[in-house]
Design a protein around this ligand. Structure first.
Ligand SMILES: C[S@@+](CC[C@H](N)C(=O)[O-])C[C@H]1O[C@@H](n2cnc3c(N)ncnc32)[C@H](O)[C@@H]1O
Length: 203
């Protein structure tokens, strides 16, 4: 059994609490207000987004590949549909969702281009990807620190990559980015502070 995976699932909400309280929660809420119709959330973790979806969302499907996280997700969100699946291999039909949500997950998926291809596949034409991700810094000095500390961080963060060019990957998928903000994750360690928040359309 993956001991660190179990530990990570157990402490995840506590690890994020300061960031959530100091503004991340509000960022999530503002972004998820754009969700509509049938919604798929990738790597849903413990389900921190669940309460932020607007009431008009028709159906919410939570995908999560890690068993300890998926169990925690189910415990914390009884009655919600949880599907054990990685973003790279989604067990859903083409064009079957109106919205796909990725928050703090493209840093961790093993194959970002494949995950984004899958997101496009399951989105209907004109469907939207809502993303909130920490990314490689635009500041070269910080980016070099992200590269130097990448290996250690990946161990500590249970597979999290601190230096990904996630926006470029989204555009290359291709998605057309129709809304984008650069920000900083409050109270986060410097190498995982740079953040992008936005909305992209499957093009
Ligand atoms: C940092 S947590 C983020 C959880 C949640 N999305 C949030 O916003 O707080 C990263 C999540 O990605 C999940 N994950 C790891 N590999 C994945 C993959 N290949 N596809 C989808 N999710 C994955 C992890 O199990 C974990 O739940």
């Amino acid at each position: 059994m993956n001991l660190y995976g179990r530990f990570f699932a157990r402490i995840y909400d506590r690890l994020m609490a300061q960031s959530e309280e100091h503004g991340l929660r509000e960022r999530r809420r503002a972004l998820l207000a754009r969700a509509e119709g049938r919604v798929l959330e990738l790597g849903a973790g413990t389900g921190v987004n669940v309460d932020h979806y607007p009431a008009h969302v028709r159906e919410l499907v939570l995908a999560e590949p890690e068993e300890p996280m998926a169990r925690r997700l189910e415990e914390k969100n009884p009655g919600r549909r949880v599907v054990r699946a990685p973003a790279e291999q989604l067990p859903f039909e083409d064009a079957s969702f109106d919205t796909v949500v990725a928050t703090l997950v493209l840093c961790t998926v093993a194959d970002v281009p494949r995950a984004l291809r899958e997101a496009r596949r399951v989105l209907r034409p004109g469907g939207r990807l809502l993303f909130l991700e920490h990314v490689r810094s635009g500041d070269e000095r910080l980016a070099r620190w992200q590269d130097r500390l990448h290996g250690v961080w990946k161990q500590v963060g249970h597979g999290c990559n601190d230096n990904r060019r996630t926006l470029a990957a989204i555009q290359a998928a291709p998605f057309t980015v129709e809304q984008l903000e650069h920000g900083r994750i409050p109270k986060a360690v410097a190498i995982v502070k740079p953040m992008i928040v936005g909305v992209a359309v499957a093009s």
